[in-house]
Write a protein that binds this ligand. Structure first.
Ligand code: ZN
Length: 201
C-alpha cells in the first residue's frame, strides 16, 4: 500500500512557486506519503526535472504527468512525460492516455476550470473527488459524479506552494512502481482521503 498526492504544480507552471527540489525533499521527509504526480499546466518540463532529482532516492516515486487545459475543463494525464497531440479536446486526451496505458482524470469537476457534468461524456479513467483547492461541497459533488459514473475517485492537493502540499492523499494498493500504481488506479484500488497530521520540514 502506498500513499500518493496525485496533483502538484512546480515552478514550471506560471502560477506555482514550488521548486522540484523542495517537493523531493518533502517526499523524502514525509512519514508515509512517498509518491507524487507532477501535473504542471500544459507542460512536462516540471515532471522531467523532478523525476531526474528523485532518481537519487529509492523510497520515493514521481509519477510524470501534466494538467491539460481543454475547452471544456482541466484534465490530468498521469504516466507520460510527453504532451498529448493536439487538438486538446477531452476526447483526444482520454484516447491518448488509453494508448499509452496512463491514467486520465477529470480534475476538480465542480471548480473553476472544471468540466462539471460534461465529464459524463468523456471516457476518463477517474474523477478527482478530493482536490485540495476545492470547497468541501465541490468535492462532495465530484464524489457523487464518480460514484454515478462507476469511476475511481482520486485525490490531489493541487499544490502551487509548499504550504499546500500533501493536504490530501490517496491510498493505492500498489508497490513503489509507476506502472503498478497506474494499473491499481485504473482498477479502482484507490481511496481518496484528507491527510491528517502532516508535518512539514
Ligand atoms: Zn492543477
Amino acid at each position: 500500500m502506498i500513499h500518493a498526492d496525485l496533483h502538484i504544480h512546480t515552478v514550471y507552471s506560471s502560477d506555482s512557486l514550488l521548486q522540484p527540489k523542495t517537493l523531493v525533499d518533502q517526499l523524502v521527509a514525509h512519514s508515509y506519503i512517498k509518491v507524487a504526480a507532477i501535473t504542471d499546466h500544459d507542460s512536462v518540463r516540471g515532471c522531467k526535472a523532478t523525476v531526474e532529482l528523485a532518481s537519487d532516492y529509492p523510497d520515493i516515486v514521481i509519477i510524470p504527468g501534466v494538467e491539460i487545459t481543454t475547452p471544456k475543463g482541466d484534465m490530468l494525464v498521469l504516466g507520460t512525460d510527453k504532451l498529448p497531440p493536439k487538438p486538446w479536446t477531452p476526447e483526444n486526451i482520454a484516447d491518448y492516455t488509453t494508448s499509452i496505458a496512463g491514467v486520465s482524470i477529470v480534475a476538480h469537476p465542480f471548480r473553476l476550470y472544471g468540466m462539471g457534468e460534461f465529464a459524463r461524456n468523456v471516457k476518463a479513467d477517474a474523477i478527482e473527488v478530493l482536490n485540495g483547492g476545492s470547497s468541501p461541497s465541490a468535492n462532495t459533488h465530484a464524489k457523487e459524479l464518480a460514484k454515478s459514473m462507476g469511476l475511481p475517485g482520486t485525490a490531489g492537493s493541487d499544490a502551487h506552494q509548499l504550504s499546500e502540499l500533501f493536504s490530501v492523499n490517496c491510498s493505492i494498493d500498489a508497490g513503489l512502481n509507476v506502472e503498478e500504481i497506474l494499473a491499481a488506479i485504473r482498477k479502482g484500488s484507490v481511496v481518496a482521503q484528507l491527510t491528517s497530521g502532516t508535518i512539514r520540514f
